[in-house]
Design a protein around this ligand. Structure first.
Ligand code: SME
Length: 150
């Protein structure tokens, strides 16, 4: 299992004093992506206008550029403000297949310190059922510790 305490510590040290959202997203995407071989695409979709997200910093193959709140796992996270843990993307109605190799996903809403939704953090795996409830909980803690400062 990934050492979440070490991952969080590394991210907090690297981003100390930084308050630029894109700089934070780039650093989180990089650190998380390289922390575990289960993660094949790791990145952010930023809320750019009501009900619409565009691609932000990511690691992995190219992603879709635009995702409306009405579509996909990312859209569901944005719409509901709740973490989406999808063990089998083929069983998720409306899943957006940016990469046909993706089998499972963990998508977390990203809020700033005022409680506004600024993005979603999407982690995709080529393995089925790659993510646990612990992954969801620990990733949510990391996201809150980094973006809650904005
Ligand atoms: N699979 C996501 C779309 C984003 S990409 O896979 C990078 C979804 O259904 O929301």
């Amino acid at each position: 299992m990934l050492d979440y305490a070490a991952l969080q510590q590394a991210i907090l040290s690297l981003t100390e004093g930084e308050d630029d959202a894109v700089a934070l997203m780039a650093t989180v995407a990089c650190e998380v992506h390289h922390a575990d071989s289960r993660f094949d695409w790791t990145g952010f979709y930023r809320v750019v206008e009501p009900e619409l997200m565009k691609i932000g910093p990511y690691q992995g193959g190219h992603g879709c550029l635009v995702i409306p709140f009405s579509r996909g796992v990312c859209g569901a996270a944005a719409r509901t403000g709740e973490v989406q843990l999808v063990p089998d993307v083929d069983a998720f109605a409306g899943h957006i297949a940016c990469a046909s190799s993706t089998r499972s996903e963990l998508v977390l809403p990203v809020f700033n310190g005022q409680g506004d939704l600024i993005a979603v953090f999407d982690i995709d795996s080529d393995q089925p059922d790659a993510f646990t409830d612990e992954d969801a909980t620990k990733m949510a803690e990391i996201v809150a510790s980094v973006f809650g400062r904005l």
